[in-house]
Design a binder for this molecule. Structure first.
Ligand code: NAP
Length: 351
């Protein structure tokens, strides 16, 4: 497990590389906002080498982040892209079109338009009711999985335009792999809807989808999903949660404080995931990589698809080894593409 010193040494080298264009979805609160702050600290004296897009619903919260970002990293460029509902692929399309338009107006430091790093942390509180979206998906499953994959697919041309391999980082429950039975692989909306089944399904599908994407974009884009640990933030106090939970959390928080990850450490770990340690498939270069190149979910050094814990630590065994067959990844990927293409057809028909 990389220790904090390694993590901080790794991110300290980033500003000496090429400038970065970073897109953050779900970043107007919580972990996404901690990443934005960590980016500003990392590029504090290299400001013009950083451009950040905050994609979200609440402009005033993004503006508070911009103030911090611009004061901390003078010369850095902060932009807001409004989203209405990221559980909808139609909304993801609008967001991507806007990023494309803005990047088309001029790349960072005279380079061409691109995205170097994409962070995705949009989600409902696990205690919140999750309805079926007008596009026919469960809202939470869409925010955690389908809309994130759709976003990656739509942003791919800009990710491929990055001068060094790009990174897609999805924050939820990477490496938290529950037992799966070979006869009922968790693909699609679970028939029994609970926090656990949603987590199991999301982690399973994302592991295999990221492996498929890493192979498709070998040498160009790396894919990581992470469990961030227990990180305090507004979501725990939100009135979308029942009153008993909000009261209980204030007590529990004190008792588990030794286990919790601070916003600063959480932000630093997330920025560390954009270093060469988490290399695109086949593009690992041990030289100069702080902490050594990571192993993928298939235990391949620099394999391009990573499922990691709260300090960016990899599992010590092949993910889902007990059910993994040659066509498991294909099943997940086919399901995902079919689901997204059906929705895309409906969007096209209605526009
Ligand atoms: N915090 C933890 O301890 C913890 C632990 C394990 C896993 N995680 C996972 O880490 C990720 C981030 O968690 P967090 O604590 O940062 O949560 P958070 O503070 O609730 O952030 C979630 C973000 O998603 C946005 N969002 C929700 N629904 C949306 C929608 N329909 N369209 C657009 N944006 C939407 C929210 O925007 P608004 O502000 O506009 O509502 C918010 O910015 C989540 O996937 C969570 O499951 C967190």
């Amino acid at each position: 497990m990389p220790n904090l010193k390694t993590i901080q040494a790794g991110i300290a080298k980033l500003p000496f590389g090429p400038p970065k264009v970073v897109v953050l979805t779900g970043a107007t609160t919580g972990i996404g906002s901690y990443i934005a702050q960590a980016l500003a600290r990392t590029y504090a004296s290299h400001g013009s080498k950083l451009r950040v897009y905050i994609v979200g619903r609440k402009r005033e919260r993004a503006e508070a982040l911009f103030k911090f970002g611009k004061e901390t990293a003078p010369g850095s460029d902060w932009r807001f892209v409004e989203a209405r509902d990221l559980s909808l692929m139609a909304d993801v399309d609008l967001v991507v079109r806007e990023i494309e338009r803005l990047e088309g107006q001029g790349g960072l430091e005279g380079g061409k338009g691109r995205v170097d790093v994409l962070y995705m942390s949009q989600a409902l509180s696990p205690m919140q009711e999750s309805k079926v979206t007008p596009e026919g998906l469960d809202t939470q499953l869409s925010l955690l999985y389908y809309s994130r994959i759709h976003l990656i697919r739509r942003l791919t041309p800009l990710l491929l335009a990055a001068p060094t391999p790009a990174h897609c980082i999805s924050i939820f429950a990477g490496s938290m792999e529950s037992a799966v039975t070979p006869t009922s692989l968790p693909i699609g909306t679970p028939s029994q809807y609970t926090m656990t089944t949603i987590r199991n399904t999301t982690v399973f599908m994302k592991t295999f989808a990221f492996e498929a994407l890493a192979a498709q974009h070998a040498g160009k884009i790396s894919f990581t999903h992470i469990y961030p640990g227990l990180v305090d933030g507004p979501v725990f106090y939100s009135d979308v949660n029942p009153l008993w939970f909000r009261v209980l959390w204030r007590v529990v928080k004190v008792l588990v404080s030794w286990y919790m990850t601070s916003p600063e450490v959480c932000g630093d770990v997330m920025v560390f995931l954009s270093t060469g340690k988490y290399a695109a498939k086949g593009a690992a270069n041990e030289e100069g990589v702080v902490g050594g190149v990571a192993c993928s979910t298939q235990r391949e050094l620099g394999g391009g698809a990573y499922g990691v814990g709260q300090r960016g630590d990899e599992n010590k065994a092949v993910s889902y080894a007990n059910v993994r067959k040659e066509d498991t990844g294909e099943k997940v990927w086919k399901h995902t593409v079919r689901t997204l293409e059906e929705i895309e057809k409906k969007i096209t028909a209605s526009s």
